[in-house]
Design a protein around this ligand. Structure first.
Ligand code: HEC
Ligand code: HEC
Ligand code: HEC
Length: 282
């Protein structure tokens, strides 16, 4: 299976965080990144497909219009040898024409490409036009969203509102062990919210930690990002525990007894270890 093309234009918050290094160790061993589906030999990476569709396809359609010589819609179209310049592919010619200020593509009648768009196509062609995937989710996975529309993007900002949805304690044990609080997690408005999505909760939302006898041992208040954490590095009562979220007079409860307080290791975008997805306020 060809390596899926890693893009530079992706809107995934991961990509924006990666250069800062902080999240690299987590991403490297993280198990919540979905495995890419087999793209099939002719599939374009999503961002390459997007640029071609928005900037080239109105003329380089199938059949081509406005005097354009060939369709540029699929990976095979770009891998094919040019009928005008034997020995080069349409992909290579595309890069040449995108950079040709005297006769650019798209033509000067159209808005010109941004640097990012040009670099994206050029790097992809230089990389050998690898297959990618677009849109299709691996089987068993559901689409994710971000209800607030706002993400934690500044990975230099390490505070109680950092990294909503990520496995807090797992990372703290490695990078900030003196702050690896035992109970840490995030509450969200719905089950399949994206990593790093800020989730400002209802004002009266609380996370209650109960012991195995059902007594409330800790009450935690989620902050503006939806994150909550205990003060102690170890629980002050005997494990296992149960948990529930209350808000607006309603309750959602976890009946299963747990021993790990790193809630987001199970309450991931898709849900790990049988969890339904995120911890959701009622
Ligand atoms: C408004 C219509 C239009 C759009 C949009 C357009 N093209 Fe073209 N393209 C043409 C026409 C007309 C020709 C033939 C005349 C020429 O070569 O200038 C052409 C020719 C080409 C050729 C073959 C000529 C050569 O020099 O090898 C390539 C490759 C090409 N376009 C790539 C692209 C790419 C890549 C995009 C988008 C980034 C794009 N074009 C957008 C109209 C368009
Ligand atoms: C990928 C690693 C990573 C993840 C994930 C992570 N953190 Fe952190 N966090 C850090 C590091 C590193 C520091 C300490 C920075 C320093 O030394 O000042 C920190 C510091 C903190 C602090 C202390 C701030 C202060 O001023 O002392 C809090 C509170 C905190 N994180 C909460 C969380 C919560 C809640 C989550 C999960 C929703 C989380 N973190 C997820 C790496 C992480
Ligand atoms: C080891 C995995 C795991 C950990 C860690 C975990 N959970 Fe859960 N959680 C589950 C599973 C599985 C379910 C679904 C079954 C159930 O409700 O007991 C669940 C369900 C829930 C529900 C109810 C879901 C619904 O139907 O609305 C809440 C609330 C919840 N968990 C909160 C928490 C909190 C708070 C923490 C951390 C203090 C936490 N969980 C830690 C696995 C986990």
């Amino acid at each position: 299976m060809p390596t899926p093309w890693k893009s530079s234009l992706s809107s995934s918050p991961w990509k924006r965080l990666l250069p800062l290094g902080l999240l690299l160790p987590w991403v490297a061993c993280g198990d919540s990144e979905p495995t890419a589906p087999d793209p099939g030999p002719n599939a374009l990476p999503c961002d390459v497909k997007d640029v071609l569709a928005r900037r080239c396809a109105q003329c380089h359609a199938s059949p081509p219009t406005s005097g354009a010589p060939a369709p540029l819609l699929s990976r095979a179209d770009l891998q094919k040898g040019s009928s005008l310049y034997p020995g080069t592919t349409w992909g290579e010619r595309s890069v040449a024409r995108m950079k040709d200020s005297g006769a650019p593509m798209p033509p000067t009648s159209e808005p010109s490409l941004t640097h990012e768009e040009r670099d994206l196509i050029e790097h992809w062609v230089q990389a050998g036009m690898p297959a990618g995937s677009c849109g299709a989710l691996p089987s068993g996975q559901v689409a994710t969203s971000c209800g607030s529309g706002s993400f934690w993007t500044d990975s230099a900002q390490t505070s109680a509102t950092m990294a909503p949805g990520l496995a807090c304690r797992d990372c703290h044990l490695r990078l900030a062990p003196d702050r690896a609080y035992f109970f840490m997690g995030t509450v969200f408005p719905s089950f399949h919210e994206k990593d790093a999505c800020n989730a400002p909760p209802p004002a009266d939302a609380r996370v209650e930690i109960l012991d195995s006898a059902g007594r409330v041992q800790l009450t935690l208040t989620p902050n503006a990002a939806g994150n909550f954490l205990s003060a102690g590095l170890q629980p002050a009562f005997a494990l296992p525990y149960r948990a529930r979220v209350t808000a607006q007079g309603r309750v959602r409860e976890m009946n299963t007894l747990q021993r790990s307080g790193d809630c987001n290791t199970c309450h991931t975008e898709q849900g790990n270890h049988d969890a339904p997805g995120r911890i959701v306020w009622p």
